[in-house]
Design a binder for this molecule. Structure first.
Ligand code: SF4
Length: 216
């Protein structure tokens, strides 16, 4: 009985992985918006398609665009450090961006760019069906909260109060967190940022232990 369950499960994971790979080929070929003219690479999501946790940032930075890898630039180094300090394993996540091409000179995304590109994020969520979506920073948090009808605050300044609070809406757990890049500009926020990432660690542990107990 258990053998059959394991076999079916393995098949499901393989199907998901193939689906993501097929889908990533579509993302890589995308030229829908003006950002296709200035990118070196389209950055697809990274991680296992059967990940239980999805991490959503805004867009690739310069190093990510050049080397076609998620979170390898200055923000990625801050994120890795926050993970190290709080005991989080990067490989627990499927990591992706709201906008898959680099924003020139790190400018803000335009509404039409988010509108064009968020189709891909929606599809990634539909394939992966994560237990928890972790959003980093204002744009990713606002998009995901709106998508799940979770009433994001109208003003950007109010998002600071939201970070670190678990939200449950339309059957989806969402944890908005400050973007690691914010520590590059405001290192004095380090202590409170670590506290919020510690909360993420507790949440991951809690969800994983529920999942493990339901498998036995
Ligand atoms: S940002 Fe998104 S929609 Fe625009 S070209 Fe890149 S992949 Fe396509």
């Amino acid at each position: 009985m258990k053998k059959n369950f394991d076999k079916k499960n393995k098949m499901k994971i393989e199907e998901k992985q193939k689906e993501i790979e097929r889908f990533n080929r579509r993302i890589t070929a995308c030229k829908t918006c003006r950002l296709s003219l200035t990118r070196n690479n389209v950055l697809c999501g990274e991680g296992r398609a059967d990940a239980q946790f999805l991490l959503v940032a805004l867009s690739p930075g310069t190093e990510e665009d050049l080397h076609n890898k998620m979170f390898i630039g200055p923000s990625g180094r801050v994120l890795d450090n926050l993970f190290k300090l709080t005991g989080i394993v990067r490989q627990s996540f499927y990591m992706t961006n709201l906008v898959k091409c680099m924003l020139p000179k790190n400018r803000r995304p335009k509404m039409d760019e988010i509108k064009s590109c968020s189709y891909f994020l929606d599809k990634e969520i539909a394939i992966i069906r994560p237990r928890l979506i972790v959003t980093l920073g204002y744009y990713a948090s606002r998009y995901i909260l709106e998508k799940f009808h979770a009433n994001p605050p109208p003003a950007r300044n109010d998002f600071g109060d939201l970070y670190g609070n678990l939200i449950f809406s339309k059957n989806q757990k969402i944890l908005p967190l400050p973007h690691p890049a914010s520590l590059l500009y405001n290192p004095s926020f380090e202590y409170e940022t670590i506290k919020k990432y510690e909360k993420l660690h507790s949440l991951l542990t809690e969800i994983e232990s529920v999942l493990n107990s339901s498998c036995h």
